[in-house]
Design a protein around this ligand. Sequence first.
Ligand code: F6R
Length: 616
Amino acid sequence: MCGIVGYVGPNDTVEALLNGLRRLEYRGYDSAGIAVVDETGGISVRKRSGKLARLEELLAENPVSATGTGIGHTRWATHGGPTDVNAHPHLGDDGKLALIHNGIVENFAELRAELEADGVELVSETDTEVVAKLVGREVAETGDLETAFRNVVKRLHGTFTLLAMHRDEPGKVVSARHHSPLVVGLGDGENFLGSDVAAFVSATRRAVAVDEDNIAVITPEEVRITDFDGNPVEYSEFEVEWDADAADKGGWSSFMAKEINEQPEAVENTVRGRVVDGLVDIPELSALGDDRLREIDRIIIIACGTASYAGQVGSYAIEQWARIPVEVQLSHEFRYRDPVLSDRTMVISVSQSGETMDTLMAVKYAIERGVTTVSVCNTQSATIPRESDAAVYTHAGPEVAVASTKAFTAQITALYLIGLHLGRVRGTLSAEASAEAVQQFAELPEKMREAVATHEQIAQLAHWMADTRSVLFLGRHVGYPIALEGALKLKEIAYIHAEGFAAGELKHGPIALIDHGQPVFVLVPSPRTAPLMHSKVVSNIQEIRARGARVIAIVEVGDTAVLPYADDVIRLPLADALFEPLLEVVPLQWFALELSTAKGLDVDQPRNLAKSVTVE
Ligand code: F6R
């Protein structure tokens, strides 16, 4: 939930930390802070509640000159409200040690009581300060930061990535991970730690993903990784696929606007290299063995939020092409229902970050029960793909805005490719259907550009609707999860009450919500490829219009059937029914962005939310 960065090296330490925090701010932005070893050889801390800009103001008012060792943190509050005092770093050992934390220490109350009984004074309400004081006490006893850190880490329950430094051991930052992400950046005479590679990608693209329950110690010259008992572990380096520019706003008004625009390329890059001689072939799935894929008799897609809606869209395609029953479950519900699983079940997790704790725990549960696990993920070397039997990466590039856009369309793409691969291997996909899908993918980027070009029309619509208090979304078949996604986007960034419904469900209750002027977006299926669904949805439009709804119809170009009943019509290029969601969602993303902007809100950093939800 929080972003963490560590730096050791000869360059401007404060700038290195701020640089990392700027790129990690999406992970949490209710307070930020840094600690450095300063010119006097002591630890200096600057921290403040609010966004990173407030910390930067503080540093301008009260600068600090650092000497090459520092840690930085951007917070999304769990224990203790977002105040200056609760902001990280926290101090131990009479201010000689500084420590930051991402996660939750579940046994913090008992550890806190132990410290208090020992006469230790705690100034904040956080679990993190408890850890800082414990490590500080151990350093005072053992005289060695690494030993002290190891001793404490072994006592903690819950989830954590921890970074600590001590003034008596300058040029060193120690770190540990347990269920929260941690990567090392390998520089030239300098090294970094971060919650993800964004923390250091402007300085180096060489990285090491630290494994579960490992400790990484960095100095300018070396990186050492051990288990919690201090036994050395082998590690391998990987090259970050994208560069710093990809994680910058690049002239756009917001990251979300930039990322909506990047969708044609995100989809194209996700397909790239996965079509061979006109057939979909995903090497990561082939590596599982075709026999294993042929034996699968049930697929469960697990995900949260937007990723779960991508899963819902994908479930229609996989079922259609691979003829395997597919169900979608929210990750946080999955293990509590005691699901019926067998060695012929495949669990496909969908996660942009690859670190969502609910999804990770569901994947681990599935692994323990011997099912085949496949991860659809956008983040190289994240925990979920590394834990899974196979990883099918979406190549959407870094997604920084909290509201997911390009990752969503890339996730649908990856799930479709999985469906096509399984259909081919299992012999359930006809040559025509396969060729048609491949052709649809080839045409998709251009069509998505046209969908992106609805921006102007949507901006005007949003302008007129800036005072709207509630918006409904209706869809059928693959349009239903898109209705859910359209509603989620609006809630998240425009703070407007919104709900998505399956159009057929309307008359079973929700139609009572329709009042004069109630805006309703309707996703209208193609009359060419889905004539039956089309006629049903047109009837739904008539029903709500008769009750006073303001209808905004999203149709394929040339569909005139809705014109008499729609107040606004948004036209999208022709596509096969299964490919329509990849176009339909784009105007809904714009709509949320424009309403958020019209209300003067922060599009990229909505209140109460963080990009990566690493607590359960
Ligand atoms: C909504 C959004 C969230 C995420 C969800 C899962 O715009 O971004 O609903 O989709 O928190 O996150 P990942 O995909 O990282 O597992």
